[in-house]
Design a protein around this ligand. Structure first.
Ligand code: ADP
Length: 619
């Protein structure tokens, strides 16, 4: 209620109406005061002249006053009582000796012959000047006019005075009536003008009120509303300008919104994480990639200090902001989902230099870092792998140089070892070269359609021959093992680089022999599914510990380094095999039971050949 009253008084409508009423009242009052005053003055002047005794009568009175005859008084009384003027209530004639000579009022006839006590009369007689004054008697207003009477003989001497007393009630009644009329009219005019002012101001403020409502709607985000244009005056133009403005705001808002959506979509589709902060370093924007990197939800990240999110709370925000440097952070270190992030922080500065926030870009460099680590590891492995045979070579050569060459018992063995080591090094260098070629993508694949059954059998036959040759050589100790074949009856045609695939199968077969100290059965299988052909080679050898099953395909990884070296291994065979199989879009993996044997699998993509009809024969 209080608020409504306050709103009523503060509204422009009321203000305009009040101002108009007050203005009108002030104008009416000023005009009224002036008018009533003027009316009063004019009425008094009129009244004064209306009670003026005509000169004919004053001459007659003058003649009687100066005659000195006894009958003059009677005649004076007759003139006075015959003179009729409704306004005049008392009329007296006083001579120059202040004696009352005639009275119009019958009740005051006794005053004739008495001396007048009025000083005004004495003054008028002595000065010869007429005087008029307004007196209040018993609540009534009268005008008392004293007119000196000059001698009729032309001497101009004052012979007496006429005293006139006239009631002014009717004059003042008139003035009061006019004033009341004026007052009533001004009240009516004020009420009327107030109503008019309200109507006019309402017409003025209506578009303003509509504009106010529209501004509120715009603030709420609704731009569809338009102000009604009632006229083409200044307010109409303002309403039109307001409508144009809201269209412009809508367009700008749409443009901003679409820009924001574009930015959002860029941010959310970026492979880099982006975090925006305020000037206190608290997160204001964060994209999905950054959330995924940091394993957070948008809610968890919002308003959090960036140093906390990045796990670098030991670095103060000032340092972080002032450094503006790049840094590497690790998320979940030493775990399987370890993530290495390159953090690039830059400040958002206004032209004045005021820092309003910061933008942080997170780039996943896990793979890159791992590659770099692997490369470093690889270089160190290569150096180490070459240094070992070179050191033993140097030792043997030094021993030979020191005279062992003369000793027929040791010299041949020493030479045999140096030769074996040299050959191993050459093998290693060759393996490294072929790996490097594959890494650089320059190893050319020379593919052809091959019947895999024939191809596999051919390789296995070669190994059979080797076994037989070794068995005949009595100088060497040989292991007793046998190759069992489990091949498909149906021909399997695949597109492979035969040289490279032979290298893979050779390597697995050689390993099966190498790591089966007691010989046993080596089972070579060939199977196929709808999409793949699978070659598997199982041995009954040492087996591979479970945790090493995936690592043996890494470069230089060996379960038992000494044994591998002793067997002339380089630790690169399976790594090369993996590269070759993957270049054929296939997979290689191993399965093993420690102490019982291992199985190596190679799967290659396969499309069963569609048998052609006999149409060719018919043509
Ligand atoms: P290497 O030259 O040492 O044989 P490979 O890359 O061919 O290098 O093999 C890597 C390692 O995998 C070997 O050192 C060995 O420890 C293990 N390995 C490979 N094949 C077999 C197998 N058939 N039985 C047991 N261990 C094997």
């Amino acid at each position: 209620m209080k608020r409504a009253i306050k709103r009523f008084f503060t509204s422009i409508n009321t203000k305009i109406a009040l101002i108009m009423i007050l203005l009108l009242l002030a104008t009416i009052e000023i005009i009224g005061a002036y008018f009533v005053r003027q009316l009063e003055q004019d009425s008094i002047a009129n009244f004064q002249s209306s009670i003026q005794i005509p000169s004919l009568v004053t001459n007659q009175i003058s003649t009687r006053l100066t005659s000195g005859k006894k009958s003059a008084d009677h005649s004076l009384n007759q003139i006075v009582s015959n003179y009729s003027n409704t306004a005049i209530s008392d009329l007296m004639v006083i001579d120059s000796k202040d004696t009352i000579r005639a009275v119009s009022n019958l009740n005051e006839q006794s005053r004739i012959g008495q001396k007048s006590t009025s000083t005004a009369v004495k003054q008028a007689i002595s000065t010869g000047r007429q005087s008029s004054r307004i007196v209040n008697e018993n609540g009534s207003t009268f005008m008392v006019q004293i007119t000196p009477i000059n001698a009729s003989n032309g001497t101009n001497a004052t012979v007496g005075a006429i005293y006139v007393r006239a009631s002014m009630q009717s004059v003042f009644d008139n003035i009061r009536n006019v004033s009341v009329m004026f007052f009533t009219a001004s009240i009516a005019a004020s009420v009327l003008s107030g109503i008019l002012a309200l109507i006019i101001s309402r017409a003025i403020t209506r578009p303003i009120e509509e504009m106010r409502k529209q501004a509120l709607e715009i603030a709420e985000g609704d731009y569809s509303r338009r102000v009604h244009v009632y006229s083409h005056d200044e307010l109409g133009q303002l309403a039109e300008a307001f409508n144009n403005l809201s269209v412009k705001i809508e367009q700008t808002q749409e443009a901003t919104e679409s820009e924001r959506r574009r930015l959002d979509s860029i941010l959310s589709h970026m492979t880099d994480g982006v975090i925006g902060t305020d000037r206190h370093g608290n997160v204001t924007i964060i994209n999905q990639t950054a959330l995924d990197f940091l394993h957070l939800t948008a809610k968890e990240a919002q308003k959090q200090p960036i140093t906390k999110l990045l796990g670098i709370e030991d670095v103060s925000l000032q340092d972080l902001m002032s450094e503006q440097t790049e840094r590497i952070i690790t998320i979940n270190p030493e775990s399987s989902d370890e993530l290495i992030l390159h953090v690039n922080l830059s400040l958002i500065q206004r032209v004045t230099g005021f820092v309003s926030g910061a933008v942080c870009v997170l780039h996943d460099v896990t793979e890159q870092q791992k590659n770099e680590n692997e490369q470093r590891q690889f270089v160190s492995n290569v150096s180490h792998e070459l240094r070992t045979p070179l050191t033993s070579l140097r030792a043997y050569i030094e021993a030979l140089n020191d005279g062992a060459w003369k000793d027929p018992d040791v010299a041949p063995h020493f030479l045999e070892v140096t030769q074996k080591e040299t050959e191993r090094m050459i093998r290693m260098i060759n393996d490294l070269l072929s790996l490097s070629r594959m890494d650089r993508g320059v190893a050319k694949m020379d593919v052809e359609w091959v019947n895999l059954n024939d191809f596999f059998t051919h390789i296995l036959n070669r190994f059979d021959m080797m076994i037989k040759a070794e068995a005949k050589d009595e100088s060497k100790q040989h292991k007793k093992y046998r190759i069992k074949r489990e091949l498909t009856k149906q021909d399997i045609w695949v597109e492979i680089d035969t040289d490279k695939m032979q290298q893979v199968i050779d390597n697995i077969m050689n390993n099966a022999i190498k790591y089966s100290p007691d010989g046993g059965v080596i089972t070579a299988r060939l199977t196929h599914t709808q999409k793949y052909v699978i070659i598997s080679i199982s041995d009954q050898g040492l087996g591979i510990p479970r945790q090493d099953l995936t690592k043996i395909f890494d470069r230089f990884y060996r379960v038992d380094k000494a044994r591998s070296r002793e067997q002339g291994g380089t630790g690169l065979g399976l790594a090369i095999s993996k590269e070759i199989v993957e270049a054929h879009h296939g997979k290689i993996w191993a399965d093993s039971a420690e102490g019982k044997g291992s199985t190596f699998y190679i799967s290659l993509p396969y499309e069963p050949m569609v048998e052609e009809g006999d149409e060719w024969d018919e043509v």
